[in-house]
Design a protein. Structure first.
Length: 255
């Protein structure tokens, strides 16, 4: 019978209680490591079956990566996830969150490329006070405040504009944010998980990314291997997606 993993104990172990087998769309269990199965069950418990997190693969590189995820999840320091486009960086970020003790608070995703330089970006991330810029008709709390107690996932952090980089550095160093137009700061308790497919070291050399922010974000580095480097995981992914489509559309196809 599947199990439901309750929030972890203070020593990092998890309470395990029965999980009704009809509640979870099990997929292909032999395509998931034990850590990946824990992630999937916690995702279902947190967000429901339709938002399950499936980290398919049992290759040595996949196992090593998931072992690092499990170790990093126990702490509150920042994680910088790197890897090519399409390797599933957001899935691994969710895994870090789901295996942590922060799952009673939100997991907030920030799509950095959608933000440009200016007041709106700073306001969206860190909030603003009424009258701080044209159109600021009332106080506004940012995404960091919305994630208090949980985690903020900065997707493609290399695209974050300079002003936001500076304010993010302050939030990491001082564990507090200052809303746009305010003279006051307030404490926030969030874990930052960032991801990028860009060469941040090259961007630092070109003056496009702050070196001090880079080192703040990279407390725990997590590089995701490309599928071509993961032995026979492509076969498991093929079977997994065929099985998933068959379940979803009530088919019995083999490809």
């Amino acid at each position: 019978m599947p199990v439901r993993l309750a929030p972890m104990n203070s020593d990092g172990t998890a309470n395990v209680v029965p999980f009704p087998s009809t509640t979870v769309k099990r997929g292909t269990d032999d395509a998931l490591t034990e850590v990946a199965q824990q992630v999937r069950l916690r995702a279902v418990q947190k967000w429901g079956i339709n938002q399950s997190v499936e980290l398919v693969g049992t290759s040595s590189k996949m196992r090593d990566t998931l072992d690092r995820v499990q170790k990093f999840a126990r702490f509150n320091q920042t994680i910088l996830i790197t890897g090519e486009s399409g390797v599933g960086k957001e899935l691994f970020a969710k895994a870090c969150y789901l295996l942590s003790t922060r799952t009673n608070a939100p997991f907030v995703v920030v799509n950095c490329p959608q933000y440009g330089e200016g007041n709106v970006t700073v306001s969206e991330l860190f909030g603003h006070v009424k009258g701080s810029f044209t159109g600021a008709t009332s106080d506004h709390k940012g995404l960091f405040d919305a994630a208090d107690g949980g985690a903020v996932f900065l997707d493609e952090v290399g695209d974050l504009p300079p002003t936001a980089q500076t304010m993010l550095l302050r939030a990491l160093a001082e564990k507090e944010v200052k809303p746009l137009g305010s003279n006051k700061t307030y404490s926030v308790d969030v874990r930052i998980i960032a991801a990028t497919n860009r060469p941040l070291r090259d961007m630092i050399a070109n003056g496009q990314f702050r070196q001090d922010l880079y080192f703040r974000l990279r407390y725990f580095p997590l590089d995701i291997p490309a599928l071509r480097d993961r032995e026979n995981d492509w076969k498991l992914l093929h079977s997994y997606f065929v099985d998933k489509l068959n379940q979803e559309y009530n088919l019995k196809k083999a490809f």
